[in-house]
Design a protein around this ligand. Structure first.
Ligand code: ZN
Length: 344
């Protein structure tokens, strides 16, 4: 079999609502997936297998053993190798479909990076675990008229909603203010069942396929809510919530994208870790690895330098200057460690 085997997509094109025309649109389609965790893994697998021509994978993190129950793109070898999730994911995806163009981006979605990272695509899929990233995606989507698919999973519950700027409610219409830190359960505090994430990622992929193929009946204005433990599946009509006075989708106000909101150190969902953003962009990773080697056990590759700087504490520094301090959820302590070893 080659990547251009004419039979490859025959079971999809035989599905009449997609057909050969829809398949051609998938091949020409461009999608950005924000986050390569559980939801992003499943969505990426489904979209690349379906023949979507271009997939950008945006992720700031590295795979950990505790990811493996639900992050289906990774295996034990990936955890041992310590490559960034986006890079490891791209390798697996190209082995599945060598005709796809996969663009791994090891970076954090911030006000400074959002326009570049989310640009030039036909649809955006949410695989994130935090509201700051979702508000950034929402504002970029509203500003540029790009549809995006919101997804969330916690415990055994999942939610999916497709947002089409100009036609449906946007995230800010539905959630005018971000929840206060610590006010909602997270996969850290409430846990998560793998199948709930797999369902959400799969539904998000189906929504993206429908958006690319031009299907009319998406989950726009209707949110899918499911609970795999209680066996509840329903959609909630949100069309009445589209707010005429929404500052973002109606008024062109983009506080997250313009850096007026957000940007604090963030405890990472599902991990005993804190991310600290750099004061300036870019860092000399080989130089840093050499300096840290004098005081700690260091592992380095072209994307990350990891150093066991203190008992139970690992400092991982990425090429864009971000640092993730593992072994603590204390933001002040994490900032102290970054200041001590990076001087920033
Ligand atoms: Zn809105």
């Amino acid at each position: 079999m080659t990547s251009h085997d004419p039979d490859r997509y025959s079971r999809q094109t035989r599905f009449a609502p997609l057909g050969a025309e829809g398949q051609a649109r998938l091949a020409a389609g461009r999608v950005a997936i924000v986050g390569c965790g559980a939801l992003g893994s499943v969505a990426a697998l489904a979209l690349v297998r379906a023949g979507v021509g271009f997939v950008r994978l945006i992720d700031r993190d590295v795979p950990e053993c505790s990811n493996l129950p639900r992050q289906v793109l990774f295996d034990e070898a990936d955890v041992a190798a310590g490559l960034p999730k986006a890079v490891a994911a791209a390798r697996h995806l190209l082995a599945i479909n060598s005709a796809a163009t996969i663009e791994p981006v090891v970076a954090d979605l911030t006000a400074a990076t959002a326009t570049d990272l989310l640009g030039g695509v036909d649809a955006i899929v949410d695989g994130t675990d935090n509201f700051e990233a979702r508000y950034l995606v929402n504002e970029h989507a509203c500003r540029h008229g790009v549809p995006w698919v919101y997804g969330g999973a916690i415990g055994a519950e999942g939610r999916v909603l497709t947002i089409v700027p100009g036609r449906t409610a946007c995230l800010r219409c539905l959630v005018p203010d971000p929840p206060a830190p610590g006010s909602l359960p997270t996969c850290d505090t409430a846990g998560i069942l793998g199948p709930a994430a797999l369902v959400v990622g799969a539904v998000e992929a189906a929504e993206a396929i429908k958006l690319l193929a031009g299907a009319r009946d998406t989950l726009a204005s209707r949110m899918l809510v499911c609970d795999l433990w209680e066996n509840v599946w329903r959609t909630i009509d949100l069309s009445a919530l589209a707010t005429e006075g929404c500052p973002t989708c109606r008024g062109g106000d983009y506080p997250w994208l313009e850096g007026r909101l957000g940007g604090r150190p963030t405890a990472l969902c599902g991990r005993d870790a804190v991310q600290v953003m750099p004061a300036s962009q870019g860092i000399d990773l080989p130089g840093l690895a050499a300096r840290l080697a004098g005081v700690a056990s260091v592992k380095a590759n072209p994307w990350i330098v990891r150093a066991a700087v203190e008992p139970g504490i690992e400092l991982a520094v990425f090429a864009d200057g971000r640092a993730i301090v593992s072994g603590t959820r204390d933001e002040a302590r994490a900032r102290g460690i970054v200041a001590r070893y990076l001087g920033s």
